[in-house]
Design a binder for this molecule. Structure first.
Ligand SMILES: CC(C)(COP(=O)(O)OP(=O)(O)OC[C@H]1O[C@@H](n2cnc3c(N)ncnc32)[C@H](O)[C@@H]1OP(=O)(O)O)[C@@H](O)C(=O)NCCC(=O)NCCS
Length: 221
């Protein structure tokens, strides 16, 4: 089906990048499966030139139109618990999420991408990987084989997540961070920008530096 109506939830950061990806897939790759209908945003009237159709509280009304599909683009680094709470409150059925993959990304045949996953340009996703619901894989990120990423994670620009790694619910591998193979990142946990992770990061903790060490806990609210 062509030109399915896509509503992107969030602001000009992650959500705006999703819109740019849809447009690039249309213009340069002739993929017109999705068309951005507008955004959901509590603060702005337009985002990246697109109309804002409502706020988070309006999602139940928009869900009544069966033509609308959604992408979740809200992810607050350090406020991971709050991000996940907003997502749960939105209560969007799995069947109503789109899945957007930029045409320059390499995604292995036997990789499992759940509903709402976003994969931006020049990313690499190796064999036997599983990417959970509404996880965002931003440009130039790499994910090694046999790695499992839970729902709602954010793998930022240029991050490298090695093989046999598991990343827990609503966690971050920040810009340029590297997670060495066979190490795990917990739930609501963060590998900070440029971190070199050689150990397991426990739930709710931020680890930073080379080699990465405990920096602090994420915010509770
Ligand atoms: C980890 C992170 C969230 C911490 O941010 P923060 O809570 O605002 O932390 P602060 O800036 O207050 O820094 C606190 C301390 O940690 C240090 N620190 C912060 N980030 C660090 C990093 N990535 N590596 C090493 N040290 C870091 C600071 O130097 C500071 O040290 P000090 O107290 O001795 O001065 C942030 O640094 C980060 O990595 N953000 C991710 C950016 C990103 O990937 N964005 C996505 C774009 S696509």
């Amino acid at each position: 089906m062509k030109n399915k109506k896509l509503i992107i939830i969030g602001g000009e950061g992650n959500a705006g990048i999703m819109a740019a990806c849809v447009e690039d897939n249309r213009k340069r790759f002739g993929d017109d499966e999705w068309k951005v209908e507008g955004f959901i945003n509590d603060y702005e009237k337009t985002v990246c030139g697109y109309s804002v159709l409502g706020g988070l509280k309006d999602i139940p009304i928009l869900l009544q139109n069966p033509e609308y599909y959604f992408m979740w683009g809200i992810h607050m680094i350090g406020r991971n618990i709050f991000t996940e709470k907003l997502f749960r409150q939105a209560n969007i059925p799995e069947s109503r999420f789109a899945k957007i993959v930029h045409h320059s990304a390499f995604v292995s045949d036997n990789c499992e991408l759940d509903a709402g996953v976003f994969v931006m340009a020049n990313s690499y996703i190796g064999p036997n990987t599983k990417i959970g619901k509404c996880t965002m894989i931003m440009a130039n990120s790499s994910i090694g084989h046999n790695t499992k990423i839970a729902p709602l994670c954010h793998l930022a620009l240029g991050s490298i997540t090695g093989s046999y790694v598991s990343v827990g619910l609503c966690s971050d591998i920040c810009m340029g961070a590297r997670v060495i193979e066979k190490n795990n990142v917990g739930n609501f946990a963060i590998a900070a920008a440029s971190a070199l992770v050689r150990h397991n990061i426990p739930d709710y903790e931020i680890h930073a530096g080379i080699p990465a060490k405990f920096l602090k806990r994420i915010r509770e609210d």
